[in-house]
Design a protein around this ligand. Structure first.
Ligand code: ADP
Ligand SMILES: O=C(O)[C@@H](O)C(=O)COP(=O)(O)O
Length: 413
């Protein structure tokens, strides 16, 4: 294994794996830290953790365990993948995990770059934009677990890290790889260890990738991984795929604007069922009832708890943020488990935490990376009889659910 990656959630990990596979690296996504060694053909291993919203100490411990396993596989470089919208709180977990990995790897110039222009995320003067609005006006300010209320990534990261935060501005990034490398060195000499690097185009990310050659640790969204495979001699290649016939279901616990629009669109031509948090928490609705509905419905049925910010705030005020999230995540995991046990072969999920709970509930070990459905979302083969797609809350076009199912079912490509 050449490149070892640690993802702080499951959709994000598949987003990164998608980029690496498209750029020609033989990539596998693992559910948590594997117990056994990787097969020798794997060039990039992505250890998917569900560490974005857990306690800081636990996120650090899990990430350190992932690092140890990746180093045991012979990795020459480590990539810490977090969200392209930098989802985190003032306590963490991006800063503490990056600090711990940097310490363990004796990394002194650590790139911090959430930019993903392909999905509308650009970083300019340290400020993160989602399409044409600042992060804190993009809807992410209402995220149920990690509300992003400040678009200045330097300011957001500072309280999370033991080190001062540096910056390489766009004007230097536009100067190319050598200038970026010089600026990283300069920022480190000035005492900074975590260094926010601007990027607004894929061309910038490719230059940052070149400048990152040989650095022990890189952190960011999947965008900044674009230029890394070339450093290992890999070249872009089509990703092979054999789809899976049979019965499909879709499950969504994402409350993002993008997912809610996708649900409205899907409901125009497919059966949909809304799950309310109160019904789940008070046990008025059981996973088996939803599983039966999904199994009996025609087309691509979708069960969702996705709700707008006002409804989410009401649920959280009544039951508590963590309790509501956990109850819904466990519920969806159990629904998925029952459906797969009864023969479902294609599972499409929306939401990072939700997808993580479902993948863990289904006990899926290693995911083989297939072709891209929409930017940042690949088709994945979990078992000989099961394929999945894990959609990040904010990714995907309005017709995502049907498009995903079409690709997951597609015969050999
Ligand atoms: N109606 C709801 N009320 C409160 N919380 C909800 C509701 N629906 C989903 N959630 C929780 O909100 C969180 C959404 O996070 P996630 O699944 O990561 O989606 P995204 O990818 O959009 O961030 C999950 O923990 C989920 O259980
Ligand atoms: O980088 C991204 O935006 C995604 O890969 C990601 O991490 C998604 O997280 P969720 O929005 O919680 O699914």
């Amino acid at each position: 294994m050449l490149l070892g990656c640690i993802g702080d959630d499951f959709t994000g990990s598949s987003d990164l794996a998608n980029t690496l596979a498209k750029q020609g690296m033989r990539t596998v996504q693992y559910t948590g830290v594997p117990n056994a060694a990787a097969v020798p053909e794997v060039q990039a291993g992505v250890v998917a953790l569900k560490s974005r919203s857990i306690a800081v100490a636990e996120a650090v411990a899990q990430s350190r365990a992932a690092l140890d396993w990746l180093l045991d596989q012979g990795c020459e470089q480590i990539f810490f993948k977090y969200c392209s919208t930098f989802d985190s709180t003032a306590e963490g977990n991006i800063g503490p995990v990056a600090d711990a990995l940097a310490e363990a790897l004796t990394a002194h110039k650590v790139i911090v770059c959430p930019a993903f222009p392909g999905a509308g995320r650009s970083l300019y003067q340290g400020h993160l934009f989602v399409n044409d609005v600042l992060l804190n006006e993009s809807g992410l300010q209402d995220h149920p677990l990690t509300p992003m209320t400040d678009p200045d990534i330097r300011r957001w990261l500072a309280p999370q890290s033991a080190h001062t935060v540096g910056h390489v501005p766009a004007a230097d990034v536009f100067g190319g790889a050598a200038r970026i490398a010089d600026r990283l060195e300069e920022q480190n000499q000035a005492g900074h260890r975590l260094i926010v690097v601007d990027a607004i185009r894929d061309a910038d990310l490719l230059e940052i990738g070149k400048a990152a050659k040989g650095l022990p640790l890189i952190t960011g969204g999947s965008g900044v991984a674009l230029g890394l495979p070339a450093n290992f001699g890999c070249v872009p290649a089509p990703v092979p795929w054999t789809g899976q016939p049979g019965k499909a279901i879709a499950l969504s616990g994402s409350c993002s604007k993008a997912t809610r629009a996708q649900i409205v669109r899907h409901a125009q031509t497919n059966p949909t069922k809304e799950i309310t948090a109160a019904d789940v928490i008070d046990a008025r609705l059981l996973p088996a009832e939803v599983a039966i509905w999904l199994l009996e419905a025609e087309g691509l049925p979708l069960a969702y708890s996705s709700a707008d910010p006002a409804a989410v705030a009401k649920v959280q005020a009544q039951f508590g943020r963590q309790a509501a999230s956990e109850a819904l995540e466990h519920f969806f995991a159990e629904v998925a488990r029952l459906c797969v046990e009864r023969g479902v072969t294609r599972v499409i999920t929306a939401g990072g935490e939700t997808s993580g709970a479902i993948v863990e509930g289904l006990d899926l070990d290693a995911l083989e990376i297939g072709p891209e459905i929409d930017p940042g979302v690949p088709a994945l083969r979990a078992r000989p009889d099961l394929v999945v797609a894990l959609k990040s809350g904010n990714f995907g076009a309005e017709d995502f659910f049907t498009k995903a199912d079409h690709i997951l079912a597609r015969p050999h490509v």
